[in-house]
Write a protein that binds this ligand. Sequence first.
Ligand code: OOG
Ligand code: NI
Length: 468
Amino acid sequence: MNHPNFVSPDLIRQRFSKAMSDMYREEVPLYGALMELVEQTNRHVLDSDPQIAQQLASTGEIERLDLERHGAIRVGTADELATLARLFAVMGMQPVGYYDLTPAGVPVHSTAFRAVHEAALQISPFRVFTSLLRLELIEDLELRAFAQSMLDRRSIFTPMALTLIDLAETQGGLTESQASAFVEQALETFRWHHSATVTAEQYQQLSAQHRLIADVVAFKGPHINHLTPRTLDIDIVQAQMPAHGITPKAVIEGPPRRQCPILLRQTSFKALDEAIAFTDQNEARGSHSARFGEIEQRGAALTPKGRALYDRLLNAARDELKDFPNEANAARYNALMARHFNEFPDSWEGMRQQQLAYFRYFVTEKGLAAGDLKNAALEDLLSDGYLRVEPLVYEDFLPVSAAGIFQSNLGDTAQTHYGVHSNQQAFEKALGRPTIDELELYAQSQRRSIEQCFAALADVVPVNEKHG
Ligand code: OOG
Ligand code: NI
């Protein structure tokens, strides 16, 4: 059955990511402006900081920087989620991580579909934050039944997309022409629709329950709601957004600014009000806001120990603030974050020695010239300069940050408190498979890089043995 002419899933993902970006740029002009601002900023950082340029060159991140973006979608049923998992699998994307947003008053739980191996990430790091609505959180039983019936009635995939997913599964891949058709058909699922599937009154009822419920239930499909480029300096972009006609949210989510960036920092601007036609109107007289803009800066992936420290410091700062960060308390929040995060070592070597972050190991020129070192200890090889390290980039998301992004863009100041919490089991049952533990993926990448170093050192022909 194995076909020699199948297109690699990584290349299908790379093409899909480009097609998605082109579609979004066409649909949301502000996205184009944001992309330009991010490109300018990245160029400025690379020109003015040779060390960053060199670090990104040695990890290969420089080559993926312009390709790098994530999107987000929200679906309504287990079936939709399970079929999405199959669609993303055609592009080499697996569900990584479980994020529960209910503690923050957002009635969804989520995963991120992405490539899992460093070689695949290098070809395309495209990821999609995918949320499943928790209908059981709609208290009004009649409204819940209505929402369920609307969702049961829709099909978010084109018939051709479903056929091609089946084909990819049975053949074990897609040929060139099938892959092109797949990218085109898969894209349709994420397109914006100017007409809703409900009446204006039904929309109001859904929206009154939660704006997110209306966003999922009242439309034909899970429109992509943002596409986020990666910047090398988020503070510069945040500061320059207003001059480009973009108003960012009050605070940057994630860790404070540091010498050695960790995890993920994100900021976004409010969703646009867009004209919508409801089913009882023959022209677009209503409006809906769902699509927004976001940028992010990625730093080092943290170990379980590093992540626990991050969570503790973040919670301490937020506890002391005694409120959700907002316009009025932004300066105080930033000061609290900076003070609490003083406790987090801000040098790569400090983080490595305390096992707070994951790293990739490389053999140096000196190591290649040195001869047989395969029996030496890792720490000695590093301290003697035979090996060097670069941090492994964080490829995932952060639940507290995601909640902040959701809230800012739903324009929800009122907090909903849901009695129920995390239900990873129910999520995975809907998904049809377990989610992958992201920390295990980083540990594997780190381990592979160490193994590759030792293999390279073992291959070295010692200088003094070369000539006899
Ligand atoms: C997703 C919000 C979360 C992120 O990057 O953490 C998010 C959504 O609004 O659907 O985009
Ligand atoms: Ni996002």
